[in-house]
Design a protein around this ligand. Structure first.
Ligand code: PYC
Length: 334
């Protein structure tokens, strides 16, 4: 056996969506904040993301998180979120996976019945309250970063689909939110290819127009890579959706940052007050419970603080290698 690198991983899934938690192998990534470390990683280290996420070590819907020392004194760990799509400013299912792994491996001091884990993410401090019973993490509630509605009732011309109406919100990533019916498609997994194509076409249209969003406080957070396509009958109490994600996959989980953006959008529409449960269901039928707990602002824009509750399970541990003769040092996708 020969290897240039060894990456230590604890694999998990959150309501069906994988989080490969990289617990060792990177050392400290340069940057004074996790947002700076994210940019450094994008510019100088992206081949390790593709090595760990793409085939043959991962797959076309793979997702993970790299643990780091925190860059701020009020956090326990720093986290970078990696996916086939790139590096996310924040990831809800990933945070639930990380918190579960930290508790179940004893990487944080475990207190029953609730262990609090404070994570330094590129988008800001996110706390996770982990319910613990006999050493097992049974549920995790994250308090997410400030989320806000960017636009309501926007319209854009989408090649092949005509004029499409959508709302846009930030919940740690930017989300276009619209009823799937805008594309005239039924909410059926058998139609997933058309649903995905519609979501990707909308992202492309927004990102190549003046409607491409940029976060007012952090210009490295920009563009729409996620489209929340709501099922018929979805409302502010219970919403089902298919989450189309760049470059071409669906979230298996109900998407924590998408749940946060959806709640910010419903709040801006006057449909979801504070302290009311919001049940958000994924394309495969798994569920998160969201709640808005505070009103705040982001650069003068009205914003809300969401919490999201879900569950994760540890699925295994691994060491990933890179043999010096491996013809695919950055992996590949078909
Ligand atoms: O849970 O926030 C989330 C997420 C983002 C992309 C996939 N899942």
């Amino acid at each position: 056996m020969r290897t240039r690198h060894v990456f230590h991983a604890v694999d998990s899934h959150t309501e069906g969506m994988p989080t490969r938690v990289i617990t060792g192998g990177f050392g400290v990534i340069p940057g004074a904040t996790m947002a700076e470390r994210r940019v450094h990683f994008q510019q100088h280290m992206d081949q390790f993301r593709t090595l760990l996420m793409y085939e043959p070590r991962g797959h076309a819907s793979m997702s993970g998180a790299i643990l780091q020392p925190p860059t701020r004194p009020d956090a326990d760990y720093g986290v970078l979120f990696i996916e086939v799509s790139g590096l996310l400013p924040m990831c809800g299912h990933g945070t639930i996976g990380v918190a579960t792994v930290l508790v179940e491996t004893g990487m944080v001091p475990v207190v029953e019945p609730v262990t609090t884990v404070r994570l330094d993410t590129p988008a800001g401090l996110v706390t996770a309250e982990v319910q613990v019973e006999n050493g097992a993490a049974t549920a995790v509630t994250i308090r997410n970063v400030a989320s806000y509605s960017v636009e309501l009732d926007s319209k854009i011309e989408v090649p092949g689909w005509g004029s499409v109406g959508y709302d846009l919100a930030f919940g740690g990533n930017f989300y276009a939110i619209l009823p799937l019916a805008e594309f005239g498609l039924p909410f059926e997994r058998a139609r997933k290819q058309e649903i995905l194509q519609a979501g990707l076409a909308l992202m492309e249209a927004i990102n190549t127009s003046e409607q491409r969003p940029v976060h007012p406080l952090e210009p490295s957070f920009h563009s729409v890579h996620h489209v929340y396509l709501a099922a018929p009958g979805s409302d502010a109490a219970h919403s089902r959706h298919a989450m189309a994600i760049h470059p071409g996959w669906f979230d298996r989980s109900p998407c924590g940052t998408g749940t946060s953006a959806r709640m910010a959008q419903l709040h801006a529409r006057g449909q979801l007050p504070l302290e009311q449960d919001f049940l958000n269901e994924s394309f495969i039928g798994t569920r998160f419970i969201g709640r808005l707990v505070e009103e705040t602002e982001v650069a003068g824009l009205p914003a809300v603080i969401p919490t999201v509750t879900g569950r994760a399970w540890v699925t295994g541990t691994a060491q990933y290698f890179l043999d010096p003769t491996d013809p695919f040092p950055g992996g590949f996708l078909l």
